[in-house]
Design a binder for this molecule. Structure first.
Ligand code: NAD
Length: 377
């Protein structure tokens, strides 16, 4: 094994055969002067150093076992110095949006995690894939189904893994709800109510209120959580969606949706109501089943979450959800374990989001969906 290309390295890593032999091979070690690649731990580069990277992902990466913070990509010069000092990051692992593609030659970085405004997810996920890096793309996956498909295709073509930043699929309360549904603990889900909302009152020029950057308002930002909750509480994808939009602060929400409600019809007969808003706080999941019920409240904050069911309280020790999520993805890359939030799941949610917007645009008419089992896990 005199020479190994980045692509071959990724392929081997994906198959779980890179292992110690490859990581300690002489040619690769020479290419990585400076801090050594940690054995059994993948290097992650965060793209976009806003609040989620700063206060959640980077701290979580100090606790992860199968991956670590190896690099950053930022458009702000001042942050380069701050992050380099805070995390002891060498200059060779610091990129900006222009020279980002040179990351292809950096063997210390295995995964690129895109944490930018939604409209930039597709461009940077595709560039990361083309650089031969595995990709984690934040939610919502992009701002259209077409962009989601382009990301999936770029990753497929490059032979790299793709995960969406749906942290809840790695945390225990959500796992427990999924287990209830899978095992029929309370029978069949007949009704689900899912809420995900917070009151936005800050800078009116923030990107989340700018459609060109966000792709939409509450639905794009928080709505994905209530859509996800409704799906894992029934174990099915909706076959029909009807939606309504409400606006009470049009001066503030000039460009994006403030509050949306939607009704889902599921193939097994269950119905669901989904609520999302940037005007008020709400965070819960409730499912009524043929033989009982279960609920989470809060259902999608950073935790600790809390839950109850017809059998009593649901209780798990709290751990960083982001730590669990990134370790899950790293294990998927390293050892081929299940990808808990694949690209198809992000695309499925974007199809539902587009159907909700379409229902609203077309006078609240029901929109049929043909998702089959897409993105179910
Ligand atoms: P933020 O506003 O705090 O940070 C955005 C970052 O993007 C900043 O560093 C900013 O400098 C950079 N940026 C680059 N180009 C920009 C532009 N044209 N306009 C504005 N900013 C630009 O946002 P955030 O809260 O960190 O969110 C980033 C992404 O992460 C979003 O997609 C969001 O949905 C997602 N997110 C996910 C979770 C989760 O729980 N999974 C939580 C928060 C945010």
């Amino acid at each position: 094994m005199d020479k190994i290309t980045r692509r071959q390295f990724n392929e081997r890593l994906s198959k779980g055969i890179a292992g110690t032999a490859l990581l300690s091979s002489a040619p690769l070690a020479c290419a990585m002067a400076g801090p050594k690649k940690r054995e059994g731990s993948l290097g992650i580069a965060l793209v976009g150093l806003g609040s989620y990277s700063t206060y959640q992902l980077a701290p979580a990466l100090q606790q992860t076992k199968y991956c670590h913070l190896a690099g950053i990509v930022t458009g702000t010069r001042a942050k380069e110095k701050i992050w380099a000092e805070r995390y002891g990051m060498p200059g060779r692992n610091i990129y900006n949006y222009e020279n980002f593609d040179a990351i292809a030659d950096n063997n210390e970085i295995d995964i690129v995690y895109v944490v930018l405004p939604n409209s930039m997810h597709a461009e940077f996920s595709i560039r990361a894939a083309q650089a031969g890096k595995h990709v984690i793309c934040e939610k919502p996956m992009a701002i259209s189904v077409a962009e989601c498909e382009a990301i999936i295709e770029a990753c497929r073509k490059a032979g790299v893994k793709l995960g969406i930043g749906y942290r809840l699929h790695s945390e225990p309360y959500t796992q427990e709800v999924k287990r209830f549904v899978k095992e029929g603990t309370f029978g069949k889900t007949l009704y689900v109510n899912a809420e995900a909302a917070y009151r936005s009152a800050g800078n009116p020029d923030q990107w989340r209120l700018n459609r060109a950057l966000s792709g939409g308002g509450a639905l794009m930002n928080m709505g994905v959580y209530s859509i996800q909750s409704a799906i894992y509480a029934t174990g099915e994808n909706p076959v029909k969606v009807t939606a309504q939009e409400f606006s009470t602060r049009p001066d503030y929400f000039k460009d994006t949706d403030e509050t949306i409600t939607a009704q889902f019809q599921f193939p097994g007969g269950a119905t669901g109501t989904v609520f999302t808003s940037h005007n008020t706080h709400a965070n819960s999941l409730y499912a009524s089943c043929s033989g009982g019920w279960f609920s989470l409240k809060p259902a999608n904050t950073y935790g600790p979450l809390a839950g109850e069911s017809a059998n009593g309280p649901i209780q798990f020790p709290h751990e960083s959800q982001q730590k669990l999520q990134m370790d899950d993805f790293a294990r998927h890359v390293l050892y081929g374990s299940v990808n808990k939030a694949p690209g198809e799941m992000g695309k499925r949610d974007m199809i539902i989001i587009e159907a909700i917007y379409r229902s609203i645009a077309e006078g609240n008419r029901p929109i049929p969906l043909e998702l089959g089992k897409m993105g179910l896990s």
